[in-house]
Design a protein around this ligand. Sequence first.
Ligand code: FAD
Ligand code: NAP
Ligand code: SF4
Length: 691
Amino acid sequence: MTPSPSPLPSTTEAANPHYPHLFAPLDLGFTRIRNRVLMGSIHTGLEDRASDFPKLAAYFAERARGGVGLMVTGGFSPNLVGWLKPFGGKLSWPWEVRPHKFVTQAVHDNGSKICLQLLHAGRYAYHPFSVAPSKLKAPINPFTPRQLSARGVERQITAYADAARRAREAGYDGVEVMGSEGYFINEFTAPRTNKRTDAWGGTPEKRMRFAVEIVRRVREACGPDFIIIYRLSLLDLVEDGNQWEEIVAQAKAIEAAGATIINSGIGWHEARIPTIVTSVPRAAFVNVTAKLRPHVALPLIATNRINMPEVAERILADGIADMVSLARPLLADPDWANKSRAGKPNSINTCIACNQACLDHVFENKHASCLLNPRACAETELNYHKTFAPKRVAVVGAGPAGLACATVAAERGHRVTLFDASGEIGGQFNYAKKIPGKEEFHETLRYFTHKLEETGVEVKLGVLATAQDLSGFDEVVLATGILPRQVEFPGSDHAKVISYLDVLSGRVKVGGRAAIIGAGGIGFDVAEYLVHESPHSDQGSPTLDPARWMAEWGVDPTFEARGSLVPPRPEPPSREVWLLQRSPGKPGARLGKTSGWVHRATLKAKKVQMLGGVEYLGVDDAGLKVRIDGVEQALPVDHVVICAGQEPRRELQVELEAAGISPHLIGGADVAAELDAKRAIDQGSRLAAAL
Ligand code: FAD
Ligand code: NAP
Ligand code: SF4
């Protein structure tokens, strides 16, 4: 069912001229949210220790100052068995209340409201005390949960109600009950994980009873003037997940039990369909929220891959939802809401959905941050204070490292000149943005273009800087990046051996069959480019078209099938590609924790042969000869693309030192091994903060 456009919410205040729906207040009867921007829950790692709460408070305060309407914390378990991991955040004892007051006070002082997320991990708990409706191990967790007795189920419900009461005591405006993503409550609602035959399982009504009881008891414990957001799994995206009529029935029952708002949950953590990485189209799943809209009266929140205000405004104006949830975009830019309200979307540092410094960090047991904004979760430690002694600073190289360094230094009051040999800013991001599924990288270049102008950096493009250009500056920063590594083997000088730069710059048109030497991040990206890019088609990447993307991954566009799964229909690859590495084992083991599996699955669907333990014997007119497991093979390829890592580009350093200038080195110019934009931007920003 297509929702009808929603009229502008009635309010006595003048509508925002740029995004009128996004900045209309939301009246919940007993309280009012100043706009429709919800900061969705994101686990930062700062929740796990009370001593980190002042940092957590500073992190939320910055986003409250940035204009967010309502925030949700990372997950806190209502009891010990629901811990995500040993000693994770929980709110089950009276003495755990006090540190939260730092957070609630900081948010309220800055005009926003905040709910605590109650997250019981169920069978996703990474410890041996985990519990679940049935004794079924999750495919992504080595621990098998204990099946709860009927009394045990009652005890969990009481724990939720007690934790919610404590949240209220701590000053929270409400709680978000996490009922999606395959966690505990979702495990009760889905036949996949609930095999019980007692009062808590066996029929759809009994499976949802646990969720409904929790909402009812939380409402009873906290009174009528307390926000209860219920995160309902609208798409499980797993076999034996919920079916649409069951989801609608759950939504109605949750509403009747006393929830204030329903948030959309998309995909279990064990689902093999990506839901948030950069190759997921923007707002890809909002149609499922739209499908629920006619069935309930309470406000709905749309979520996933909403990162710019025009996308958010469209969702609200089309009547799909009443609020939009942004989590990672507010790590990237804490001022997202204020900038949108002021009609300055160009000044937003847009989340590129890379997961590299947020979710990947959390999975590595580090605090979350942001690739684009190293201050995220470091608000008390990394600050860009105004300088009292402005200097003349030259930055050579306008890749991510140089851009971050130049703009932070200029923001602090230094007089900065930025040189780049190329005619455009961005360095290697100009190649990254051409990869199908990495279209968001354009946004970073748009942001820095604006930021350079705003901070008054003098930009000299098309200038290959020399030591002479750099005399007279107080500080010289070399952000000159890298040169692709040259590799030597018989035939490596053959015409069919080319570099990834030849491919991505369009200098060489690659034939129908290609081998890629080197299966790091760039090798994988080049493979994606080669299997998608077709000289005969200009239809672009499926990332830009939700319908094509859903067909590729097997998401039912009607959302009616159980779990919303249908057989995937990947588009045929435009080339035959081999992706090779010398190291034994499967290529891609070192890719990001939360995105690597998506790259591997995409290439598998495109029939790319990913081979490890490869010895390169030589290239000739017939193709590439390799030896694998002692067996020689000839790959009949038209081109061999070298993606074998990089070396620092430092010829200018020698020249400068000869002229008596000691430069600072950042990004690839400093260390090329394991370089990524996260390190480049972090290093550039930290150097500029210290100049
Ligand atoms: P560069 O980006 O290499 O920039 C160096 C700049 O210096 C260039 O613009 C160059 O023209 C200029 N320069 C050099 N010498 C001079 C001189 N003498 N005078 C003037 N200018 C000079 N990283 C990630 O984190 N995530 C990703 O998903 C990702 N995907 C990628 C995909 C591809 C296809 C590629 C190629 C890279 C990708 N990267 C990714 C890597 C990331 O782009 C690099 O780590 C990052 O660009 C390094 O930044 P840098 O500033 O050190 O150097
Ligand atoms: P990389 O990750 O270091 O990979 C280099 C590849 O080349 C490896 O597979 C390596 O494997 C192979 N290799 C190295 N020396 C070789 C030689 N002499 N001969 C043949 N093969 C050789 O480097 P990259 O792919 O160039 O990526 C650069 C950086 O950009 C990475 O650190 C990455 O973090 C970043 N990046 C990230 C992403 C992302 O999505 N997060 C995407 C692109 C790039 P063997 O030694 O086993 O052959
Ligand atoms: Fe977004 Fe990447 Fe920053 Fe995470 S690290 S918030 S995904 S830009």
